[in-house]
Design a protein around this ligand. Structure first.
Ligand code: GLU
Length: 420
């Protein structure tokens, strides 16, 4: 059965890896389901004096390997199942890169573009105020995700710290540098995508230099990926965001696109007016372009059984969480597309979140070179672990990533045993 339900898709991925590992039902029970699911209704004062109530969630999927860890998403299409899937993927992601965190995720059903800055601040603060007992540097450490940013993290950190009458920056990561953030955190997800992509091209005997690339999504992950890939000599032929998809066969001027977005309220709208860029009639065409590397850097369920057979990329680097469904995976596998799965490919973000948390607890801050050196080491090691699992068991990279993650979780849970 095909499904656009991210949680059902995530459970299918879990089951496929469990089969390879031969886990019994007790072992599965210790890993599979979320430990805590919190549902909130947040009353927020609007600028016109009225009160609006927003539905919100925080899911703590696992606290086995460390505190729950994962971003907070502000989006009108957030659902509980989506947040549960994203929390599960965070557990797997932290385990793949072997950082000492569990997994969690938060979501608020809201289109933040409809809110003023003051309304956004009140919503962000109320979300943390209502979770005050559930989060904490050793409990659950949130971070940015779709439509949340360092400013939102600063408000959230402030709310938590003021409530406790203590300076507690380690409660949340992805903060601005001036609020105890880490060097390199903004570009970290994209930096991790580049490191794993370099490893993949090495493994495939392919050259990154001169490779054609299409990127879906021009937010934190997509725009930084474009910027970091430019000096590697790639040819970026297509980019997209909520305003549409833009194509230029001879290569998009990456600096031009970045400054366009800066000058146009964060969107690419109107970018077809620059150079010989063409706006695609249907933005989904971007996924089917004849490119070497496709980087989905937007939302879930973009490549499905409907369009997977038309994907022409040799490599897919999943900067987004859950962009390919299990049905799409099957088709892409048969076509021989090399997949760098999300829980490996985009784990650079949470890895630098871990460094930020470490720095907050030490009260000692690292230079950017140190952050990137440590990130480089962790990401390349994770790629090697997943690639060798994929070769050892003769399984696709995605299942291999889950195998690596679940094996580590299984060992931890065996050693810790069952409380009470
Ligand atoms: N939201 C990011 C992710 O999906 C980062 C999470 C974090 O840093 O905790 O991986």
């Amino acid at each position: 059965m095909s499904s656009s339900n991210a949680y059902e898709n995530a459970m299918q991925q879990f089951d496929a890896a469990v089969k390879i590992l031969g886990l019994n039902s007790d072992q599965q029970a210790m890993i599979k389901d979320p430990r805590k699911v919190i549902q909130l209704m947040l009353p927020v004062r609007m600028d016109d004096g009225s009160i609006k109530v927003f539905q919100a969630y925080r899911v703590q999927h696992s606290i086995a390997r460390g505190p729950a860890k994962g971003g907070i998403r502000f989006h009108q299409d957030v659902t509980l199942d989506e947040v549960k899937a994203l929390a599960f993927w965070m557990t797997m992601k932290c385990s793949v890169v072997n950082v000492p965190f569990g997994g969690g995720k938060g979501g608020v059903i809201v289109d933040p573009k409809q809110l003023s800055m003051n309304e956004l601040e009140r919503l962000s603060r109320r979300y943390i105020a209502d979770l005050i007992e559930d989060i904490g540097p050793d409990r659950d450490v949130p971070a940015p995700d779709v439509n949340t940013n360092p400013q939102v993290m600063a408000w959230m950190m402030d709310t938590y710290s003021m409530h406790h009458r203590q300076h507690l920056p380690a409660v949340i990561t992805g903060k601005p540098l001036e609020v105890c953030g880490s060097e390199g955190r903004g570009a970290a997800t994209a930096q991790g995508v580049v490191f794993t992509l370099e490893e993949a091209t090495k493994a495939l005997n392919m050259k990154l230099q001169g490779a054609t690339v299409a990127i879906q999504g021009f937010g934190n992950a997509g725009s930084h990926a474009a910027r970091l890939l430019a000096p590697k000599g790639i040819k970026l032929v297509a980019i997209s965001d909520v305003s549409g998809a833009y194509y230029c066969e001879s290569g998009i001027d990456i600096e031009g696109a970045l400054s366009w977005v800066k000058d146009h309220k964060g969107v690419l709208s109107g970018f077809e007016k620059s150079g010989n860029v063409r706006k695609l009639d249907n933005p989904m065409e971007l996924l089917e372009l004849p490119v070497d590397v496709l980087i989905p850097a937007a939302l879930e369920n973009q490549i499905t059984e409907k369009n997977a057979s038309r994907v022409k990329a040799k490599v897919i680097a999943e900067a987004a969480n859950g962009p390919c469904t299990p049905e799409a995976d099957k088709i892409l596998n048969e076509k021989g597309v090399f997949m760098i799965p999300d829980i490996l490919c985009n784990a650079g973000g949470v890895t630098v979140s871990y460094f930020e948390w470490v720095q907050n607890r030490m009260g000692f801050y690292w230079p950017e070179e140190q952050v990137n050196r440590e990130l480089d080491r962790i990401m390349r090691q994770a790629f090697k672990d997943v690639f060798s699992a994929s070769q050892k068991h003769r399984i696709p990279m995605r299942i291999a990533a889950f195998v690596v993650a679940i094996e580590r979780l299984k060992k931890t849970s065996e050693l810790r045993g069952l409380y009470a």
